[in-house]
Design a binder for this molecule. Structure first.
Ligand SMILES: Cc1ncc(COP(=O)(O)O)c(C=O)c1O
Length: 382
């Protein structure tokens, strides 16, 4: 996909490979040619889709019954959160580094149900203090904790495993936002030991646009009864046994785009064949080249934690005295004059006019020459 440009925007949209696009195209064409409901049409997607779902489950180290497919992280999160039985006075805990869509959702919880939202200030404090604050705010009214595995604004890897352990001790469920981690590093949900998780296929997984997923742990599935999922008994013969609920049966409803699921499965297959360890190593290598280079640019300040294991492929920068307009202008110049695509990023939600960053997403498909061109471009424009 790159070639002409150095593309550093995978944290928003990752480019799908030809092989992924071909899988989508073939599935759509076969369905259209044979009629989706004919045996030939169904065969074209049923097996491949089943393989896609089990591939995704294997990659995340969960059971297939614990996964549901969605179109993006934001919708998957809405489904999980709105599937819980909120009562006035319940508490929702999140970090201040969550994505703007989580902020929006938390406002809805306040307004619609009278939920108390607790935002843990997370920018300036280390993991130990963040975890201490988390333990401190939990009460018997805490209904859900939400945190990003990798924070969208600054690329910080949050201490999810430790947070989940604190939550488990307190008997509070945890939902992880995996939008920025899955596809750039190995992610093992059993090890992270969370109750719910959500993610996108169209970012680091390099899957088709408009793909996402949600995880509901086996323990949570029986109690998860969202009101938008109809009773399934009218689909069964009167005396047939009721099948055990799955994440899929509790989150998916009606017809969806099979081809996109097949394409997502192909993206997962590619990731697995390369190996997520290999991807992570490459991303770390290129990111340290970038960070070292930025260190020589006077006006640029890296706001992403740089200690080993505290961040991954996202590097966010701030430039002294820059407004959003300045940043947008610089991002445009980087594209027009230096063939480099980066992102102008609000660092807070709602936006704080003096907190604007440049978010650079270094993916495994990038190369040294693109990183060097980015650095030369910044040096020239600043
Ligand atoms: C941490 C995080 N969560 C959620 C989202 C929203 O993702 P989507 O557009 O797939 O809903 C993003 C997008 O950048 C993100 O970084």
């Amino acid at each position: 996909m790159t070639g002409e440009v150095g593309y550093f925007q995978t944290g928003t949209y990752g480019p799908a490979s030809d092989s992924v696009l071909q899988a989508v195209r073939e599935t759509m064409e076969t369905e259209a040619r044979h009629g989706p409901a004919t045996p030939a049409g169904r065969r074209s997607h049923t097996e491949r889709e089943a393989a896609a779902r089990s591939g995704l489950a294997r990659m995340l180290n969960v059971r297939e019954e614990e996964l549901g497919i969605e179109t993006n992280t934001s919708r998957a999160m809405q489904q999980i959160v709105r599937g819980l039985d909120w009562q006035e006075g319940d508490e929702f805990v999140m970090t201040s580094l969550e994505h703007v869509s989580t902020y929006g959702l938390s406002h809805s919880l306040e307004q619609e149900y009278g939920v108390k939202v607790i935002v843990l200030g997370s920018e300036e404090i280390d993991d130990e203090h963040l975890l201490g604050d988390l333990a401190h705010v939990l009460t018997d009214r805490t209904r859900l904790i939400c945190l990003s595995h990798i924070a969208s604004p600054n690329g910080r890897l949050l201490p999810c495993r430790q947070a989940a352990a604190i939550a488990r001790d307190a008997g509070v469920p945890v939902m992880l936002d995996l939008a920025q981690s899955v596809g750039q590093m190995p992610v093992d949900l059993k090890e992270l030991d969370c109750d719910f998780a959500v993610g996108s296929g169209h970012k680091w997984l390099l899957g088709p646009m408009g793909t996402g997923y949600m995880y509901i742990s086996q323990d949570q599935i029986p109690g998860f009864r969202p009101n938008f999922i109809p009773d399934r008994s009218p689909w069964s013969l009167p005396d047939a046994p009721t099948p055990a609920p799955t994440a899929r049966s509790r989150t998916e409803i009606g017809t969806y785009n099979h081809a996109l699921v097949v394409g997502l499965g192909r993206a997962v297959e590619i990731m697995e064949s390369i190996g997520l360890d290999t991807m992570q190593k490459r991303i770390t290598q290129l990111s340290s080249r970038l960070r070292q280079g930025v260190g020589h640019i006077d006006r640029a300040r890296i706001i992403t934690p740089q200690e080993a294991g505290k961040s991954a492929g996202i590097t966010s920068l701030m430039f002294d005295g820059f407004t959003k307009t300045d940043m947008d202008g610089l991002v445009d110049k980087m594209h027009e004059r230096h063939q480099t695509v980066v992102k102008s990023q609000w660092l807070t939600a709602p936006p704080d006019p003096v907190k604007v960053g440049m978010r650079i997403s270094v993916a495994a498909f990038n190369d040294e020459s693109e990183v060097d061109r980015l650095l030369e471009g910044l040096d020239e424009e600043l």
